[in-house]
Design a protein around this ligand. Structure first.
Ligand code: TXA
Ligand code: MG
Length: 320
Protein backbone atom coordinates (compact mmCIF):
# COMPACT_ATOMS: atom_id res chain seq x y z
CA UNK A 1 0.00 0.00 0.00
CA UNK A 2 1.20 3.44 -0.88
CA UNK A 3 -0.14 6.83 0.17
CA UNK A 4 -0.10 9.43 -2.61
CA UNK A 5 0.36 12.81 -0.94
CA UNK A 6 0.66 14.84 -4.13
CA UNK A 7 -2.55 14.19 -6.07
CA UNK A 8 -1.46 15.68 -9.39
CA UNK A 9 -3.35 14.78 -12.56
CA UNK A 10 -0.60 12.27 -13.41
CA UNK A 11 -0.79 10.66 -9.96
CA UNK A 12 -4.58 10.39 -10.19
CA UNK A 13 -4.24 8.80 -13.64
CA UNK A 14 -2.02 6.12 -12.09
CA UNK A 15 -4.67 5.56 -9.42
CA UNK A 16 -7.33 5.18 -12.13
CA UNK A 17 -5.10 2.65 -13.89
CA UNK A 18 -4.66 0.79 -10.59
CA UNK A 19 -8.45 0.54 -10.28
CA UNK A 20 -8.78 -0.73 -13.88
CA UNK A 21 -6.06 -3.27 -13.03
CA UNK A 22 -8.24 -4.66 -10.22
CA UNK A 23 -6.52 -2.93 -7.29
CA UNK A 24 -8.16 -0.97 -4.49
CA UNK A 25 -7.81 2.82 -4.20
CA UNK A 26 -8.94 4.69 -1.08
CA UNK A 27 -9.89 8.27 -1.95
CA UNK A 28 -11.23 11.42 -0.31
CA UNK A 29 -14.78 12.63 -0.70
CA UNK A 30 -16.42 15.65 0.92
CA UNK A 31 -18.12 13.32 3.45
CA UNK A 32 -15.61 10.61 4.46
CA UNK A 33 -12.86 8.62 2.74
CA UNK A 34 -14.09 5.76 0.55
CA UNK A 35 -12.38 2.46 -0.28
CA UNK A 36 -12.79 2.16 -4.05
CA UNK A 37 -12.89 -0.77 -6.45
CA UNK A 38 -13.93 -1.06 -10.11
CA UNK A 39 -17.66 -1.75 -9.70
CA UNK A 40 -17.62 -4.07 -12.75
CA UNK A 41 -14.79 -6.22 -11.34
CA UNK A 42 -16.32 -8.85 -9.05
CA UNK A 43 -12.96 -10.03 -7.73
CA UNK A 44 -11.90 -6.51 -6.76
CA UNK A 45 -15.24 -5.81 -5.05
CA UNK A 46 -14.95 -9.12 -3.14
CA UNK A 47 -11.51 -8.11 -1.91
CA UNK A 48 -12.94 -4.77 -0.83
CA UNK A 49 -15.46 -6.66 1.33
CA UNK A 50 -12.72 -8.79 2.85
CA UNK A 51 -10.49 -5.77 3.65
CA UNK A 52 -13.44 -4.20 5.48
CA UNK A 53 -14.51 -7.54 7.03
CA UNK A 54 -17.97 -6.62 5.83
CA UNK A 55 -20.84 -9.15 5.47
CA UNK A 56 -21.61 -10.06 1.84
CA UNK A 57 -25.27 -9.02 1.95
CA UNK A 58 -24.37 -5.35 2.55
CA UNK A 59 -24.75 -3.30 -0.64
CA UNK A 60 -22.10 -0.76 -1.70
CA UNK A 61 -22.59 2.70 -3.18
CA UNK A 62 -21.48 3.14 -6.80
CA UNK A 63 -19.78 6.49 -7.42
CA UNK A 64 -20.12 8.09 -10.86
CA UNK A 65 -18.73 11.32 -12.37
CA UNK A 66 -22.03 13.01 -13.21
CA UNK A 67 -25.78 12.65 -13.53
CA UNK A 68 -25.21 11.84 -17.24
CA UNK A 69 -24.01 8.35 -16.22
CA UNK A 70 -27.03 7.60 -14.04
CA UNK A 71 -28.89 5.74 -16.81
CA UNK A 72 -26.14 3.11 -17.10
CA UNK A 73 -26.80 1.90 -13.55
CA UNK A 74 -30.50 2.51 -13.00
CA UNK A 75 -33.97 1.99 -14.44
CA UNK A 76 -37.36 3.72 -13.96
CA UNK A 77 -35.88 6.77 -12.21
CA UNK A 78 -38.78 8.86 -10.82
CA UNK A 79 -38.94 12.60 -11.57
CA UNK A 80 -38.36 13.53 -7.94
CA UNK A 81 -35.08 11.59 -7.95
CA UNK A 82 -33.91 13.50 -11.04
CA UNK A 83 -34.76 16.75 -9.23
CA UNK A 84 -32.67 15.66 -6.24
CA UNK A 85 -29.74 14.61 -8.43
CA UNK A 86 -29.85 17.89 -10.40
CA UNK A 87 -29.98 19.96 -7.24
CA UNK A 88 -27.44 18.16 -5.03
CA UNK A 89 -24.93 16.37 -7.30
CA UNK A 90 -22.02 16.56 -7.03
CA UNK A 91 -22.72 16.41 -3.31
CA UNK A 92 -23.37 14.47 -0.10
CA UNK A 93 -26.43 12.61 -1.39
CA UNK A 94 -26.82 8.92 -2.27
CA UNK A 95 -29.90 7.90 -4.25
CA UNK A 96 -31.27 4.36 -3.99
CA UNK A 97 -32.85 3.50 -7.35
CA UNK A 98 -34.11 0.48 -9.25
CA UNK A 99 -31.07 -1.19 -10.78
CA UNK A 100 -30.43 -1.64 -14.52
CA UNK A 101 -29.77 -5.03 -16.13
CA UNK A 102 -26.05 -4.36 -15.93
CA UNK A 103 -25.87 -4.32 -12.13
CA UNK A 104 -24.80 -7.56 -10.48
CA UNK A 105 -25.81 -8.97 -7.10
CA UNK A 106 -22.31 -8.49 -5.69
CA UNK A 107 -22.90 -4.70 -5.79
CA UNK A 108 -26.41 -4.66 -4.32
CA UNK A 109 -26.23 -7.54 -1.86
CA UNK A 110 -28.84 -9.28 -4.02
CA UNK A 111 -31.37 -6.42 -3.82
CA UNK A 112 -33.11 -5.12 -6.95
CA UNK A 113 -31.98 -1.55 -6.19
CA UNK A 114 -28.64 0.19 -6.31
CA UNK A 115 -27.12 3.15 -4.42
CA UNK A 116 -25.52 5.89 -6.59
CA UNK A 117 -23.61 9.05 -5.68
CA UNK A 118 -21.59 11.81 -7.39
CA UNK A 119 -19.12 13.04 -4.75
CA UNK A 120 -18.14 16.71 -4.52
CA UNK A 121 -14.38 16.58 -4.01
CA UNK A 122 -11.80 17.54 -6.66
CA UNK A 123 -9.58 14.45 -6.24
CA UNK A 124 -12.61 12.13 -6.30
CA UNK A 125 -14.07 13.82 -9.40
CA UNK A 126 -10.73 13.73 -11.23
CA UNK A 127 -10.33 10.03 -10.31
CA UNK A 128 -13.81 9.28 -11.66
CA UNK A 129 -13.11 11.24 -14.86
CA UNK A 130 -9.79 9.47 -15.50
CA UNK A 131 -11.30 6.10 -14.59
CA UNK A 132 -14.14 6.62 -17.09
CA UNK A 133 -11.66 7.70 -19.77
CA UNK A 134 -9.99 4.31 -19.32
CA UNK A 135 -13.32 2.55 -19.89
CA UNK A 136 -14.55 2.26 -16.31
CA UNK A 137 -18.18 3.08 -15.56
CA UNK A 138 -18.39 3.34 -11.78
CA UNK A 139 -16.35 3.03 -8.59
CA UNK A 140 -17.84 0.95 -5.79
CA UNK A 141 -16.83 2.63 -2.54
CA UNK A 142 -18.00 2.06 1.01
CA UNK A 143 -16.48 4.17 3.76
CA UNK A 144 -12.83 3.13 4.24
CA UNK A 145 -13.22 1.72 7.75
CA UNK A 146 -13.47 -1.76 9.22
CA UNK A 147 -17.10 -2.90 9.36
CA UNK A 148 -18.94 -1.16 12.22
CA UNK A 149 -16.03 1.18 13.03
CA UNK A 150 -15.69 4.95 12.59
CA UNK A 151 -15.35 6.25 9.02
CA UNK A 152 -11.95 7.88 8.36
CA UNK A 153 -11.93 11.56 7.38
CA UNK A 154 -8.24 11.87 6.43
CA UNK A 155 -5.67 9.82 4.50
CA UNK A 156 -3.68 9.09 7.66
CA UNK A 157 -6.81 7.87 9.48
CA UNK A 158 -7.57 5.70 6.43
CA UNK A 159 -4.09 4.19 6.55
CA UNK A 160 -4.39 3.53 10.31
CA UNK A 161 -7.81 1.95 9.82
CA UNK A 162 -7.21 -0.41 6.88
CA UNK A 163 -3.58 0.07 5.71
CA UNK A 164 -2.46 -3.26 7.19
CA UNK A 165 -5.11 -5.13 5.18
CA UNK A 166 -4.36 -3.59 1.79
CA UNK A 167 -2.10 -5.17 -0.82
CA UNK A 168 1.23 -3.89 -2.20
CA UNK A 169 -0.42 -2.40 -5.32
CA UNK A 170 -3.31 -0.71 -3.51
CA UNK A 171 -3.27 3.08 -3.02
CA UNK A 172 -4.54 5.75 -0.65
CA UNK A 173 -5.02 9.20 -2.22
CA UNK A 174 -4.48 12.07 0.21
CA UNK A 175 -6.96 14.85 -0.51
CA UNK A 176 -6.78 16.45 2.91
CA UNK A 177 -9.39 16.52 5.64
CA UNK A 178 -13.02 15.86 4.59
CA UNK A 179 -15.07 19.07 4.66
CA UNK A 180 -18.35 17.59 5.90
CA UNK A 181 -17.00 14.77 8.07
CA UNK A 182 -20.02 12.43 8.25
CA UNK A 183 -21.48 10.13 5.58
CA UNK A 184 -23.89 11.17 2.82
CA UNK A 185 -27.65 11.41 3.13
CA UNK A 186 -29.24 8.25 1.69
CA UNK A 187 -32.65 8.69 0.03
CA UNK A 188 -34.63 5.66 -1.15
CA UNK A 189 -36.25 6.72 -4.45
CA UNK A 190 -37.85 3.38 -5.36
CA UNK A 191 -41.33 4.32 -4.14
CA UNK A 192 -43.72 7.10 -5.15
CA UNK A 193 -42.26 9.40 -2.53
CA UNK A 194 -38.79 9.70 -1.03
CA UNK A 195 -37.69 8.03 2.18
CA UNK A 196 -34.56 9.05 4.06
CA UNK A 197 -32.62 5.96 5.17
CA UNK A 198 -29.62 7.82 6.58
CA UNK A 199 -29.65 11.56 7.43
CA UNK A 200 -26.71 13.71 6.33
CA UNK A 201 -25.72 17.15 5.13
CA UNK A 202 -28.53 17.18 2.55
CA UNK A 203 -31.23 17.71 5.15
CA UNK A 204 -34.83 16.54 5.43
CA UNK A 205 -36.03 20.09 4.66
CA UNK A 206 -33.82 20.26 1.54
CA UNK A 207 -35.26 16.96 0.25
CA UNK A 208 -38.84 18.11 0.93
CA UNK A 209 -38.29 21.55 -0.61
CA UNK A 210 -36.70 20.11 -3.75
CA UNK A 211 -39.13 17.26 -4.38
CA UNK A 212 -42.21 19.13 -3.08
CA UNK A 213 -43.28 15.75 -1.72
CA UNK A 214 -43.92 14.75 1.86
CA UNK A 215 -41.39 12.19 3.05
CA UNK A 216 -42.55 8.62 3.61
CA UNK A 217 -44.37 7.69 6.80
CA UNK A 218 -42.56 6.90 10.07
CA UNK A 219 -40.35 9.88 9.64
CA UNK A 220 -40.73 12.99 11.69
CA UNK A 221 -38.18 15.77 11.64
CA UNK A 222 -36.50 14.51 14.80
CA UNK A 223 -36.82 10.77 14.31
CA UNK A 224 -35.30 9.37 11.16
CA UNK A 225 -36.01 5.81 10.12
CA UNK A 226 -32.91 3.83 9.28
CA UNK A 227 -34.47 0.78 7.66
CA UNK A 228 -32.02 -1.75 6.34
CA UNK A 229 -29.16 -0.03 8.10
CA UNK A 230 -27.63 -1.34 11.30
CA UNK A 231 -28.43 0.38 14.56
CA UNK A 232 -24.94 -0.34 15.87
CA UNK A 233 -22.33 1.39 13.80
CA UNK A 234 -19.85 4.23 13.70
CA UNK A 235 -18.39 3.09 17.04
CA UNK A 236 -14.97 3.95 18.40
CA UNK A 237 -13.25 1.49 20.77
CA UNK A 238 -14.07 3.77 23.71
CA UNK A 239 -17.59 3.56 25.12
CA UNK A 240 -19.74 6.48 23.94
CA UNK A 241 -22.16 7.93 26.52
CA UNK A 242 -24.64 10.68 25.66
CA UNK A 243 -25.78 13.73 27.62
CA UNK A 244 -24.23 12.92 31.01
CA UNK A 245 -21.75 14.70 33.23
CA UNK A 246 -18.22 13.58 32.34
CA UNK A 247 -15.96 12.30 35.12
CA UNK A 248 -12.21 12.74 35.52
CA UNK A 249 -10.35 10.75 32.85
CA UNK A 250 -13.29 10.75 30.39
CA UNK A 251 -13.12 12.25 26.94
CA UNK A 252 -15.61 15.07 26.31
CA UNK A 253 -17.24 16.43 23.14
CA UNK A 254 -19.73 19.28 23.16
CA UNK A 255 -20.38 22.68 21.68
CA UNK A 256 -17.72 25.19 22.76
CA UNK A 257 -20.21 27.07 24.95
CA UNK A 258 -20.05 24.29 27.57
CA UNK A 259 -16.98 24.38 29.84
CA UNK A 260 -14.67 21.40 30.36
CA UNK A 261 -14.97 19.94 33.89
CA UNK A 262 -11.71 19.45 35.80
CA UNK A 263 -9.70 16.35 34.90
CA UNK A 264 -11.74 15.72 31.76
CA UNK A 265 -10.05 15.53 28.34
CA UNK A 266 -11.73 17.87 25.86
CA UNK A 267 -11.72 16.18 22.42
CA UNK A 268 -13.64 18.81 20.43
CA UNK A 269 -15.17 22.23 21.08
CA UNK A 270 -17.09 23.05 17.90
CA UNK A 271 -18.61 26.50 17.57
CA UNK A 272 -21.14 25.50 14.90
CA UNK A 273 -23.10 22.41 13.82
CA UNK A 274 -20.98 22.14 10.64
CA UNK A 275 -17.85 22.09 12.78
CA UNK A 276 -19.42 19.49 15.09
CA UNK A 277 -19.92 17.14 12.12
CA UNK A 278 -16.44 17.83 10.75
CA UNK A 279 -14.72 17.16 14.09
CA UNK A 280 -16.81 14.27 15.46
CA UNK A 281 -15.00 11.29 13.90
CA UNK A 282 -11.62 13.02 14.30
CA UNK A 283 -12.39 13.31 18.03
CA UNK A 284 -13.51 9.65 18.27
CA UNK A 285 -10.20 8.58 16.71
CA UNK A 286 -8.18 10.85 19.00
CA UNK A 287 -9.89 9.19 21.99
CA UNK A 288 -8.90 5.72 20.76
CA UNK A 289 -5.31 6.80 20.05
CA UNK A 290 -5.11 8.03 23.66
CA UNK A 291 -6.64 4.78 24.91
CA UNK A 292 -9.58 6.50 26.64
CA UNK A 293 -12.25 4.16 28.03
CA UNK A 294 -15.21 6.51 27.82
CA UNK A 295 -16.30 9.50 25.70
CA UNK A 296 -19.14 11.69 26.93
CA UNK A 297 -20.92 13.63 24.16
CA UNK A 298 -23.49 16.35 24.72
CA UNK A 299 -25.71 16.08 21.65
CA UNK A 300 -26.20 19.22 19.57
CA UNK A 301 -29.75 20.56 19.39
CA UNK A 302 -31.76 21.60 16.35
CA UNK A 303 -32.77 20.35 12.91
CA UNK A 304 -30.79 19.98 9.68
CA UNK A 305 -27.31 18.52 10.05
CA UNK A 306 -27.77 18.20 13.84
CA UNK A 307 -30.27 15.38 13.11
CA UNK A 308 -27.55 13.49 11.22
CA UNK A 309 -25.06 14.04 14.05
CA UNK A 310 -27.53 12.71 16.64
CA UNK A 311 -28.21 9.68 14.38
CA UNK A 312 -24.50 8.79 14.33
CA UNK A 313 -24.16 9.47 18.06
CA UNK A 314 -27.09 7.18 18.92
CA UNK A 315 -25.55 4.41 16.83
CA UNK A 316 -22.09 4.94 18.29
CA UNK A 317 -23.56 4.87 21.81
CA UNK A 318 -25.43 1.61 21.22
CA UNK A 319 -22.20 0.00 20.04
CA UNK A 320 -20.97 -1.31 23.39
O1 TXA B 1 -20.69 9.45 2.27
C1 TXA B 1 -20.80 8.30 1.87
O2 TXA B 1 -21.88 7.82 1.49
C2 TXA B 1 -19.54 7.43 1.86
C3 TXA B 1 -18.60 7.97 0.78
C4 TXA B 1 -17.37 7.13 0.63
O3 TXA B 1 -19.29 8.08 -0.43
N1 TXA B 1 -19.87 6.06 1.63
C5 TXA B 1 -20.50 5.29 2.55
O4 TXA B 1 -20.65 3.97 2.18
O5 TXA B 1 -20.88 5.72 3.63
P1 TXA B 1 -21.03 2.82 3.20
O6 TXA B 1 -21.02 1.57 2.42
O7 TXA B 1 -20.14 2.88 4.37
O8 TXA B 1 -22.50 3.14 3.63
C6 TXA B 1 -23.49 3.07 2.64
C7 TXA B 1 -24.80 2.62 3.20
C8 TXA B 1 -24.74 1.21 3.75
O9 TXA B 1 -25.28 1.18 5.06
C9 TXA B 1 -25.61 0.41 2.80
O10 TXA B 1 -26.37 -0.56 3.48
C10 TXA B 1 -26.49 1.48 2.16
O11 TXA B 1 -25.70 2.61 2.11
N2 TXA B 1 -26.82 1.08 0.79
C11 TXA B 1 -26.01 1.02 -0.27
N3 TXA B 1 -26.65 0.52 -1.35
C12 TXA B 1 -27.90 0.29 -0.93
C13 TXA B 1 -29.06 -0.25 -1.56
N4 TXA B 1 -29.03 -0.67 -2.82
N5 TXA B 1 -30.18 -0.35 -0.83
C14 TXA B 1 -30.22 0.04 0.47
N6 TXA B 1 -29.16 0.55 1.13
C15 TXA B 1 -28.03 0.67 0.44
MG1 MG C 1 -19.72 2.92 6.28
Amino acid sequence: MQIIFDCSEAAIKKAAQALIGGNLVAFPTETVYGLGADAMNEKAVCRLYSVKARPKNHPVIVHISSINKLGIWTADVPDYAIKLARKFWPGPLTLILKRSGLVEDYITGGQDKVGIRVPNQPVALELLKQFEQLGGIGIAAPSANKFGAVSPTSAVATQEEIGAFLGAEDLVLDGGQCLIGIESTIVDCTKYRPEILRPGAVTIEMVENTTKLPLALNLSKSDVKTSGLLQTHYSPKAKVVLDQNPEAGDGFISMASLPTPKGVMRLASPTSIDEFARELYVAFRAADVRGLKKIVVIQPEGGGLAIAIRDRLRKAASGK
